[in-house]
Write a protein that binds this ligand. Structure first.
Ligand SMILES: *[C@@H]1O[C@H](CO)[C@@H](O)[C@H](O)[C@H]1NC(C)=O
Ligand SMILES: *[C@@H]1O[C@H](CO)[C@@H](O)[C@H](O)[C@H]1NC(C)=O
Ligand SMILES: *[C@@H]1O[C@H](CO)[C@@H](O)[C@H](O)[C@H]1NC(C)=O
Ligand SMILES: *[C@@H]1O[C@H](CO)[C@@H](O)[C@H](O)[C@H]1NC(C)=O
Ligand SMILES: *[C@@H]1O[C@H](CO)[C@@H](O)[C@H](O)[C@H]1NC(C)=O
Length: 337
């Protein structure tokens, strides 16, 4: 039963192309609505519960900060909004990205906080620190995911995979119990006790067509690297049928694969041991996990000729009985060609 449910409902982690025009964004929403999915941009106001055509005020943009060496905190709650911290180096977009949730409703709530450096001079490749605090009650079995809060690297993609030498990441995250409380380490037992269902993952879209690769709705492949799945409820596509194990940078990952309801082949590398261990820190090149897929034959796997159109890192919020806080004190990504 659980496996069947997972195949049916496990959401696509869509990295929203914030840079797109309002028209394009509304186009995505229209498409998603037409295909029975939740709209990506839930639009206008906090009391809005989602819908087409009201994303105009809400596409986010570059934030305004004082001209000094201080740090500004921006906090966005229950809203799909692209937070673009000014940066003299790499540009990132952060999005709380909840869907179908009414603010102040009994379903729950979510806020994303980003700590922006006013001087915009982050160390090379380094993103601003951020956190996401949330609580959602269990959703219907057909739509259990309430949000995919994520950070996306801008300007460097799409890139042909054969031109990419390395996908270097250096990240540190934790999940903790409590509202807006950043935990030093992830206490898996404490989180299990409050029935947390979530995952923490890098999400990539690939396609032989450059434009499709940039658009999660159209891409043929979604390749994910999971640093944690908290429970069976937050399972990857193909759960129950583990594929091969591959170790990179000393961390073992198991491949799960399955199609989502849009026909995208989702290939998820899940850090072992599943669920009991949270891989809070990872430093190194994740390209070998994609390279591994080239050697597998058939249409179900990407090839070196495909384009990488989007790469984001975040957490998929299912449900939990108490408030939790996902904290990312460190996130660096470098796509070397
Ligand atoms: C993504 O694809 C959908 C479905 O084909 C389309 O409606 C939408 O406009 C595309 N978005 C962008 C930004 O190209
Ligand atoms: C910029 O601001 C950050 C955050 O306050 C600080 O750590 C850094 O030293 C500042 N850089 C310069 C060049 O002043
Ligand atoms: C989290 O706490 C900080 C202060 O510690 C506060 O400025 C911020 O608004 C809080 N964010 C949320 C979402 O409550
Ligand atoms: C919720 O957590 C409790 C305590 O860990 C456990 O006994 C119960 O089975 C969990 N409920 C669900 C629905 O997973
Ligand atoms: C891969 O790792 C998982 C989790 O540690 C383990 O259960 C499984 O047996 C391993 N598979 C193979 C083929 O070694």
């Amino acid at each position: 039963m659980v496996v069947g449910v997972g195949l049916l409902v496990n959401a696509v982690l869509v990295a929203i192309p914030i840079g797109g025009s309002v028209g394009a964004l509304m186009g995505i929403d229209a498409h998603r609505a037409a295909t029975g999915q939740k709209p990506l941009f839930t639009g206008g106001t906090d009391e809005d519960s989602g819908g087409i055509g009201n994303g105009g005020s809400n596409n986010g943009g570059s934030e305004t900060v004082p001209h000094d060496n201080g740090i500004s905190r921006i906090s966005k709650c229950d809203i799909s909004y692209g937070i673009v911290p000014p940066s003299k180096t790499e540009q990132y977009t952060l999005n709380p990205n909840p869907w179908g949730v009414k603010a102040g409703s009994h379903d729950g709530e979510l806020c994303m906080d980003v700590l922006m450096w006013n001087n915009a001079t982050y160390p090379t490749n380094t993103a601003p620190e951020f956190s996401v605090t949330w609580q959602y009650d269990q959703g219907p079995i057909t739509a259990p995911v309430h949000a995919y809060s994520n950070i996306r690297v801008d300007d460097v993609l799409p890139k042909k995979m054969s031109d990419v030498q390395e996908l270097y990441v250096d990240l540190h995250w934790t999940y903790g119990v409590g509202k807006n409380k950043t935990a030093e380490t992830t206490d898996v037992d404490a989180l299990t006790e409050i029935n947390l269902s979530t995952n923490v993952a890098i999400d990539m879209f690939l396609d032989s067509d450059k434009d499709k690769a940039e658009n999660g709705t159209n891409a043929k492949f979604e390749v994910m690297v999971w640093f944690w799945m908290s429970s069976v409820a937050a399972q990857p596509h193909g759960w129950g049928k583990p594929g091969k194990n591959v170790t990179v940078e000393g961390q073992e990952f198991t491949l799960f694969q399955g199609e989502n309801d849009q026909g995208t082949m989702v290939l998820s590398w899940v850090a072992t041991p599943w669920m009991t261990d949270a891989t809070e820190k990872f430093t190194g090149d994740i390209y070998p996990l994609i390279d591994e897929l080239y050697s597998m034959s058939g249409d179900d796997y990407p090839s070196k000729d495909d384009y990488l159109g989007s790469l984001s890192f975040g957490t998929e919020a299912y449900d939990v009985k108490d408030h939790v806080t996902f904290w990312v004190p460190k996130y660096e990504i470098s796509i070397k060609t």
